[in-house]
Write a protein that binds this ligand. Structure first.
Ligand SMILES: Cc1ncc(COP(=O)(O)O)c(C=O)c1O
Length: 388
């Protein structure tokens, strides 16, 4: 790699920039995870995490990436052959479904438009067509990181309640947690899936799984094929501040600092900051004359924007130019969107000038790549940021 001056712009929708404060916190010496110091530390983190998810029952923490939490939710509440329902609403909904299939679950896939949020009315139809309640869980991704489309979780809950369907509601909040409002208890979510490397501003390596009392009840009566992920083990230890196995202690130091930063900013302010940076990004995209992949203006994401390329142009060329010329990483199109979109992350430890610099890099790369567009995207974003 050639020498690079200045900072690298890590503008992916995860992993996101890890603040210095968190890196420093993680550099402390590792302590005995069965000792008295850890007991207090572990209990404190587990308690504070509940505030972020607004969850009053347990939040389990695993040394794993977000995918581990997908598996944890499934193996703790379902048995092979059980049916789950998912909408084909994006790459991560697809991957979650794949995990379920590999675990021996029957996955009912509702065809969907990747550019739109899941419609609660469509869910009502599907659940009404299941009078024997064969569907045991509904899997919904809150913020589809691949598309930048947000589904309204309270409306999904209401749809399930309206038809009186007892399926568990499992929600992937991997890229929504911290970036936008999320209320595990109030929204009636049974299992919330999350990871550390996005809104939590941590490196990859921790996953979180918040559960409801109903999910715990189902767990107790489900004899799944599980060991590492077992919630009963987690609960037994969590009461004491310890973990069933060696925890990722230094990532937990980072988590302690991240929780402190979120408290200092105030969660609502964190959400407002994300919304503002998302709006600035969308104004730039619109001024360039390009399209936001999310086609429903009420479902745009505060965490990431997927930019749809004009016919005959290559999103990956724009990303390559950004990396090679401007030392900036953007997200690529995932799965069927490869080459068709690039994704701008405005998630985690990001401020006005970081997003402005990001948009400058994108605007220059669009010109260099010869992508037909109008100039003035950066200007539109700056005007918005300056006016707020
Ligand atoms: C919405 C969503 N769910 C799940 C995952 C998978 O998480 P991980 O890559 O941490 O296993 C990701 C990763 O980007 C994601 O964005």
């Amino acid at each position: 790699m050639p020498f690079r001056s200045g900072i690298h712009f890590l503008q992916l929708p995860g992993p996101t920039n890890v603040p210095e404060r968190i890196l420093r916190a993680m550099s402390k010496p590792t302590i005995d995870h069965r000792g008295p110091e850890f007991k207090e530390f572990g209990a404190k983190i587990l308690k504070e995490l509940k505030d972020v998810f607004q969850a009053s029952e347990y939040v389990f923490v695993y040394p794993a990436s977000g995918s581990g939490s997908w598996e944890s939710g499934l193996v703790n509440t379902l048995s092979a052959g059980d049916k789950v329902l998912r909408f084909d609403a994006g790459f991560f909904s697809e991957m979650w479904g794949l995990v379920a299939t590999r675990l021996g679950l029957e996955v009912q896939v509702a065809p969907w438009d990747w550019r739109l949020p899941v419609d609660p009315a469509a869910l009502v139809k599907l659940l009404t067509a299941d009078p024997n309640h064969e569907i045991k869980a509904v899997l919904i991704v809150h913020n589809e990181t691949a598309t930048g489309v947000v589904t309204d979780i309270p409306a999904i809950r209401r749809a399930m309640d309206d038809v009186g369907h007892p399926a568990l509601l499992m929600v992937d909040a991997v890229s929504s947690a911290c970036a936008m409002e999320y209320r595990h208890d109030d929204w009636g979510v049974d299992v919330t899936i999350c990871g550390s490397q996005k809104g939590f501003m941590l490196p990859p390596g921790l996953s979180f799984c918040a559960v409801s009392s109903k999910a715990l009840e189902v767990h107790r009566s489900t004899k799944g094929f599980r060991s590492y992920w077992d919630w009963t083990d987690q609960m037994t230890f969590e009461e004491t501040g310890y973990f069933p196995y060696t925890p990722a202690t230094n990532l937990l130091y980072g988590l302690e600092e991240a929780l402190k930063m979120l408290r200092e900013e105030g969660l609502q302010n964190t959400h407002a900051r994300h919304a503002r940076l998302g709006e600035a990004t969308r104004r730039a995209v619109e001024a360039w004359g390009l399209q936001n992949f999310c086609s429903d203006p009420s479902a745009v994401s505060a965490a990431a924007t997927s930019v749809l390329m004009p016919e005959g142009t290559d999103a990956n060329l724009v990303r390559t130019i950004c990396l090679e010329k401007f030392d900036m990483s953007l997200g690529g199109g995932l799965g069927r969107l490869n080459g068709e979109v690039f994704r701008i992350g405005h998630l985690g430890d990001v401020n006005d000038l970081m997003i402005s610099g990001t948009l400058c890099g994108v605007e220059m790369a669009l010109s260099i790549a010869g992508v037909p567009h109008q100039s003035g995207g950066v200007g539109a974003a700056l005007e918005f940021l300056a006016s707020q």
